[in-house]
Design a binder for this molecule. Structure first.
Ligand code: G3P
Length: 217
């Protein structure tokens, strides 16, 4: 399973990259707006920190506008993956971009029919939003399971990227279901390390070592 960080914050991305567990980055217009930086400059900084797929989203909503933005983004660096919303015009653009060899991440997916359409259009990644479904009392994890099953049934090459992750259990469940990627907010990556028995166990080892006045070398 690949781990991406769902963030446009340079400090978070740098710290996650230093952990040695990071495969890529996903951004979206809201995350970028929060940073208050020039988008291009931000992408350059991220590209310096992480050598893996970096999702950058278009903001046009018509096929031709999406294509112009997508080609511009893809020309920045081979690691850029163009994030396209799951709308009719978006999928028309995805088909064209796929034919041109440009990688795409189809975002704002909330149903298996949408995921099926994105795979047919040749998307590189599909991003089902688990947390936002949970927010409206629909089981987000069930959507991941449905998409994984459908893609496996027909050997679609589109990778399932579990997005809108709100807690560590989402990551565990996505991994159990065989999602190819989880894009995880920094706070949740941090939580994944935590276990009270690790904390207390380490403290005891250190205290005992001190009592014994033992030395390593
Ligand atoms: O980046 C897309 C997705 O992960 C957004 O998550 O928390 O805004 O629903 P969230």
């Amino acid at each position: 399973m690949k781990f991406f960080i769902d963030s446009a914050n340079i400090d978070e991305i740098r710290e996650a990259a230093s952990l040695g567990i990071l495969d890529g980055v996903t951004t979206n217009p809201s995350l970028v707006a929060k940073e208050g930086k020039n988008f291009r400059q931000l992408l350059d900084e991220i590209l310096e920190l992480v050598n893996g797929p970096i999702s950058a989203e278009v903001v046009s909503t018509d096929r031709d506008g999406i294509l112009v933005e997508a080609r511009e983004l893809a020309a920045i660096h081979p690691n850029i993956v163009v994030k396209v919303p799951l709308i009719r015009e978006g999928l028309k653009a995805v088909r064209q971009l796929t034919d041109e060899g440009i990688k795409t991440n189809v975002t704002l997916c909330f149903s298996p029919t949408q995921a099926l359409l994105a795979a047919k259009a040749g998307a590189t990644y599909i991003s089902p939003f688990i947390g936002r479904l949970d927010d409206i009392s629909i089981d987000g994890m069930e959507l991941i399971q449905q998409i994984v099953t459908i893609y496996q049934n027909y050997n679609f090459g589109t990778q399932v990227l579990a997005a809108s992750i709100r807690h560590p259990l989402h990551v565990v469940q996505a991994a159990m279901m065989g999602a190819d990627v989880a894009t995880i907010p920094f706070k949740i990556i941090d939580m994944m390390f935590m276990h009270p028995l690790t904390e207390s166990g380490l403290q005891k080892f250190l205290d005992d070592w001190k009592k014994n006045e033992a030395k390593l070398v």
